[in-house]
Each structure stands twice: as structure tokens, then as C-alpha cells.
Design a protein around this ligand. Structure first.
Ligand code: ATP
Ligand code: MG
Length: 411
């Protein structure tokens, strides 16, 4: 028997209503905030992620599903299944000259992402993200609006007690100085850092602070190291940006916790970064990660454009919400006259009433049994009804049955 691949999962009838509930709310909340949905391809040139996510990240180093399709595509392009969607949306933004639109340009998306990771609770190889990207505004009000939208969406699906963690990484100017100091203070401990951090030390030293390895964390706790890590290094401009954001969040009554060690995996973030977490999820606790990436559009070949966005893991949202039971359909047609049943079902469905029928010509008792499981009402169409030109409508909640002569009464 061929089974689903490790780290992938079928989403069956018992889960699908909850998924639809999540998606319907996303659509409602994002569209109410004037975000437009965007759908970009599931695979892109490998180079897009190498440059756009960054070659010091776990995603690019270890987790990409990359194919060489020389046999199919004569250009021998290396392609990769998208591990995240910011790079793809930025590519589309540049490719379609969307910088000509009056800012901000606000997008939301939903879709599968692919990362070659060790499957475990809350971690799959094909998983789904809902996210947003906003282009064109560098003001802190934009950061506030993006965080507000994330929080409002989570509220809409019943998750209003999640923890928002917030940090600022500063700009290339102040970040570089801090980076140099981090490298300096960690130099004597380089041998003791984990292998990943040894690599990060050269490529992206700030990411070391995000390391979950216990030995690395012990090093961060050493007094002289922690003094440097926790030092306020951001420049006045970046500090003003962060203070403004906090003022907005306070006004909006959005609670947050400052986490100076929050760096986030991706290379391109600057200034605001945030995560939304739930203790209930255990070690895979982040449902949402986001941040500002003012340099990325230019880095990928567009005109300089400030931008900010977030991505949420839908499987982790699913794990947290109260599950939604399937709704019953309006009518189940009980009949042995297939043509009449088909015609009635067609007429009801065209009038936006959900209707189904047996398809197997079973005894009425069997059909009624099925009806009471799936529908609110049974419409009985037996010989008497067809001869007499009426429907017997049975309320399956209380068993009451009445005759209906006028189809419009069913609508
Ligand atoms: P983590 O630290 O959990 O690996 P990340 O920093 O790699 O997260 P992001 O790239 O920020 O994750 O993705 C945003 C969100 O997507 C995460 O907060 C999480 O909810 C979800 N996510 C990321 N990787 C996976 C995965 N392999 N399986 C399921 N959900 C995931
Ligand atoms: Mg990860």
C-alpha cells in the first residue's frame, strides 16, 4: 500500500470544517482591512529563496526541496518548492511593477509551504501558512496596522489570549555595530557554540541569539556576554520608530512582551520583528512570525520599497481552536423515483438550499435513518406524493410531518 509521505497529512471531513472556518475568517478580516488576496506559484527559481530568504538561514541551508529539472526544462533551471511566501510575493510585486500603485499595497495569502524538517507535533514537511505583506510605508503606523490585523484575525477564530512578543533589530547602521560587539564578546566561546552557531558566527551572528541549543543558551547567560546582548544598541531613528509603534499598540490595547533575544530566522528583517505564541502548543509554540524587511525589494531587483508582513502556521492554529462540527444540510430527499429526486435536488440547489438524496433506491426506513443523520428535514416523495402532486416534509428534530403543495414554501 502506498502511504502519504512523512511529514504530510490528509485533511479529512472531520477537520475540514475547522479549516474552512479559519479561512473564511481570514478572508473576512483581511478583506475588511483592504488586503487583496494574492496567489503566487508553489515553485520558484531556487535563487529567489537563496537571495530572498538568505543563505545563513536554516530554511535555505537545510530545509529546501530543490529540483533540477534539466530533463524537462531545457534551461536546466534549479527550482524549489516554496518554503515560505514572502520571497514569492516580493518577486510578483517587482515583476508586475506594483510600485506604481499608490502605497500601501496590502496583500494576504493562504497556501502550502514545504520544508524538509524532522516531522513532529506542530512541524510538518508540507504545512500551510496564512500571511500578509504590506508594501510602501515605512512609518510605524504601518507596523501597528499589521500587528493589529494579525491580532484581530486570531480574535476572530477565538484566540484572544495569545502572547505577542516584540523586538526591534535596528537598521543596517546600528545593527552592524551591535553585530561587531556580539562577535567580539562571543569570540572566546566560539568552540563551545553548536555547529549551526559556528556557521552563523560568520554569516549572521545575530541569529545566534535565537538559538534554542542549551549549551549556547548557557553561554548567553554569562555576565559579560549577557551585558552585551541586552545592551540598548539601536540608533535614535530606530528607537523613535519602536517607541511610536509601542504607543500605537498601547492605544489599541494590544498587549505585548519585549523580547530582546527575538531575532527571527530570516536574514532580511530590520527594525520591528514579532512573534505570537501559545504555551498550549508546547515546544512548537509560535503560531505567527513577522517583521519589517525594508531592504528586500531592492535586494531582489526592485526600486527601494519599505515593507512588512507576517506568516501564521495554519496547522498550529487548527490545534488551538475549538473544533467546528459539520452543519446539517437543509433537505434529504427520500424517494425511489430517481428522476423526481434528481429534479427536486437540482431545483432546491439552484435556489441555494442544500439537498441530497439516497442514490441507491433503498427502503424508505433506511433512507430516513440516513436523512436524520445528515439533514434538518426530509422531503418524502413516494407514490402518493407524486400522484397527489405534493411533498411530505418531515422535521427530523421532532418528527412532525406536513404536506406541502407549493414548492416555494420549501425556500
Ligand atoms: P519555528 O521556529 O517553529 O521553526 P520558523 O521561524 O521556522 O518557526 P516562520 O518561517 O516564521 O517559522 O513561519 C511562520 C509560522 O509558520 C511559524 O510560526 C509556524 O506557525 C509555522 N511553521 C513554520 N514551519 C512549520 C512547519 N514545518 N510545520 C508547521 N508549521 C510551521
Ligand atoms: Mg523553522
Amino acid at each position: 500500500m502506498i502511504k502519504a509521505q512523512r511529514g504530510t497529512k490528509d485533511i479529512l471531513a472531520d477537520e475540514i470544517y475547522s479549516w474552512q472556518f479559519i479561512l473564511e475568517n481570514a478572508k473576512k478580516v483581511f478583506q475588511n482591512a483592504n488586503y487583496k488576496e494574492i496567489k503566487t506559484p508553489i515553485f520558484e527559481a531556487t535563487e529567489l529563496f537563496a537571495r530572498g530568504v538568505g543563505d545563513s538561514t536554516d530554511i535555505v541551508n537545510k530545509e529546501m526541496y530543490t529540483f533540477s529539472i534539466g530533463g524537462v526544462d531545457k534551461n536546466e533551471t534549479s527550482i524549489t518548492l516554496r518554503p515560505e511566501n514572502t520571497a514569492g510575493v516580493v518577486r510578483a510585486y517587482i515583476e508586475h511593477n506594483m510600485n506604481r500603485l499608490s502605497p500601501p499595497s496590502k496583500f494576504w495569502y493562504f497556501g502550502p509551504m514545504f520544508r524538509y524538517e524532522r516531522p513532529q507535533a506542530g512541524r510538518q514537511r508540507q504545512f500551510h501558512q496564512i500571511g500578509t505583506e504590506v508594501f510602501g510605508v515605512k512609518d510605524a503606523s504601518c507596523d501597528a496596522e499589521v500587528i493589529l490585523t494579525a491580532v484581530e484575525f486570531l480574535k476572530s477564530i477565538g484566540l484572544d489570549e495569545l502572547e505577542v512578543e516584540l523586538n526591534t533589530l535596528g537598521c543596517p547602521k546600528c545593527k552592524n555595530e551591535y553585530r561587531a560587539q556580539i562577535k567580539e564578546v562571543l569570540k572566546p566561546y566560539l568552540d563551545k557554540l553548536c555547529d549551526d552557531c559556528k556557521m552563523r558566527y560568520e554569516k549572521n551572528p545575530l541569529r545566534i541569539l535565537d538559538c534554542k541549543n542549551e549549551d549556547c543558551q548557557k553561554i548567553f547567560e554569562i555576565k559579560e556576554v549577557s551585558e552585551v546582548i541586552l545592551k540598548d544598541y539601536i540608533c535614535d531613528e530606530c528607537k523613535n520608530h519602536f517607541d511610536e509603534l509601542i504607543k500605537y499598540l498601547d492605544e489599541l490595547n494590544i498587549k505585548y512582551k519585549r523580547n530582546k533575544l527575538l531575532v527571527r530566522g530570516l536574514d532580511y528583517y530590520n527594525r520591528t520583528v514579532f512573534e505570537i505564541k501559545s504555551e498550549a502548543l508546547g515546544s512548537q509554540s509560535a503560531v505567527c512570525g513577522g517583521g519589517r524587511y525594508d531592504g528586500l525589494v531592492e535586494m531582489l531587483g526592485g526600486t527601494p520599497t519599505p515593507a512588512i508582513g507576517f506568516a501564521m502556521g495554519v496547522e498550529r492554529l487548527y490545534a488551538l481552536i475549538n473544533k467546528i462540527n459539520p452543519e446539517k444540510i437543509n433537505y434529504f430527499i427520500v424517494s425511489n423515483d430517481t428522476i423526481s429526486a434528481l429534479k427536486l435536488a437540482q431545483k432546491l440547489r439552484r435556489n441555494n438550499k442544500s439537498a441530497d438524496f439516497d442514490l441507491q433506491n433503498r427502503k424508505f426506513a433506511k433512507q430516513l435513518e440516513k436523512a436524520s443523520k445528515v439533514a434538518n428535514f426530509a422531503i418524502i416523495l413516494g407514490e402518493d406524493e407524486i400522484k397527489g402532486n405534493y411533498y411530505s416534509l418531515k422535521n427530523l428534530a421532532n418528527g412532525e410531518q406536513i404536506k406541502i403543495y407549493d414548492f416555494s414554501k420549501l425556500l
